[in-house]
Design a protein around this ligand. Sequence first.
Ligand code: NAD
Length: 541
Amino acid sequence: MRNNIPNIPYPVNEDVKNYEPNSSDKELVLQAYKEFYNDNIDIPMWINGQDVYTDNKKDITPPHDHKHIVGSFSLAEKSHVDLAIESALKAREKWAAMPWQSRVAIFLKAADLIATRYRYKINAATMVGQSKNIYQAEIDAACEFIDFLRFNAYYVQEIYSQQPDSSDGVWNQINYRPLEGFVYAISPFNFTAIAGNLPASAAIMGNVVVWKPSDYQIYSTKIIIDIFKEAGLPDGVINAVYGDPEMITSTVLDHPSFAGLHFTGSTFVFKDLWKKIGTQIDKYKTYPKIVGETGGKDFIIAHPTANPEEVATGIIRAGFEYQGQKCSAASRIYLPESIANVVLDKVAKEVKEMKMGSPENFENFITAVIHRNAFDRLKNVIEEAKKSDEVEILVGGTYDDSKGYFVSPTVLVTSNPKYTTMETELFGPIVTVYVYKDNEWENTLKLVDSTSIYALTGAVFSGCRYAAIEATNALENAAGNFYINDKPTGAVVGQQPFGGARASGTNDKAGSIQNLMRWISPRLIKETFTPPKDYKYPFLG
Ligand code: NAD
């Protein structure tokens, strides 16, 4: 019998490895990369702890080499989704009752497996399947995922420790029940860590999950599942189904035990899901919790007192790392006239130096964008910009899909602050700059606040503290993560909890207590030690 009150190890962010030339880390991750690249893997779904294969399959091709097949994955029929739901509900009986320290231990073990045996594999799968360079893979698939798991484990204990006061003769307790039903997790292509965290954060709170990852992240999904299996996650706690998002979603949302949606992806898909849940609300046993982290149109605004080199570096890193395919990627930039030329000269010079190609070559800063649709969308944006008399292409503006979906990092300078690329999420390596007159600082802050429907991330660069304060106040609702003299990407779990408002999401801050709180339904238990034996209150005389 375990009757200790445990102390969950205090989490520390995982150190990022450098993969410098001639290092054994570089050699080992490249070895895993080559193995995956030259393999032809058949990836099953994962239902009730079983590998489930179907005849209906979809090929996996690296975005940087789209004619090269590295494997395929099985696509679900409706019956598989039904089975996933039933398996989850069956697993719930034991999982919700499992001592919480055992539940937490499984995910702490998963974190350790990623940090050790699976590190190169999960990074290599992310490089092959999602075309991340090694650094982007390491900070996401290894480090952020480990951090999510370790910090979540710690926060579980913090949540369970929050207990109400009790007056004399009474003992009040809250027990933090998982939701009554199952959680549906839908994850995007661009972060392996998010894909793993969406089901895991609900599961660590005692929930069972049906998980639908993106078709463009299935290679690393397979590694995540291998890790959960080896960590000892019981059968049916998380069930992964792949394929037609509409069929899978309508099957899930039809079920009366649907109790929560944990979504990360685009705004319009999320809004559609919210509407569907709303119209079916009478079906459900309980009001479903809806958590969604969605799109962004993230900004950098520089004050005339900003350091031009720091601004330029912020633009380059936030705009072009992972080809701008981060929800936090800076894509609209506001520069004062007095420093604009110096900033843009540095940006143009350094962007021209960037190498683009396969992630296998560690000299490449830029690799491919995720798929044909993304490539075509970005190509159209560039072609429209070329035709517009409101836009000048400072650097980039080329693309090539002969081998992979390559779009060169592109900087547009526009005279129209409401030009479409200042407002619309592009999700690619295209940054648009608007140059404002130095004496228009206050109006430009209003412009930043009112230009887009999103409010995910934003940054101000300023050498003047008053101006930084002014921007922080004026842009209070324009970003859920706001940065002063730093780029608006690269949030670290436990340090900069991540999420946005307005059309960017419900702002439940991934990797934080706020997020975990969404996956529980507290039950208050009041116990009275000496209950009264007479109904009459003293005032009755
Ligand atoms: P997406 O919206 O195309 O897909 C996300 C998931 O939704 C995928 O699993 C997809 O299959 C599924 N989906 C698509 N259509 C659906 C439908 N009709 N019903 C149910 N599910 C459906 O997004 P993506 O291209 O994978 O990812 C990029 C988007 O995600 C960007 O908009 C980005 O800003 C956003 N994102 C946001 C955050 C954040 O924390 N705010 C983090 C990562 C990505």
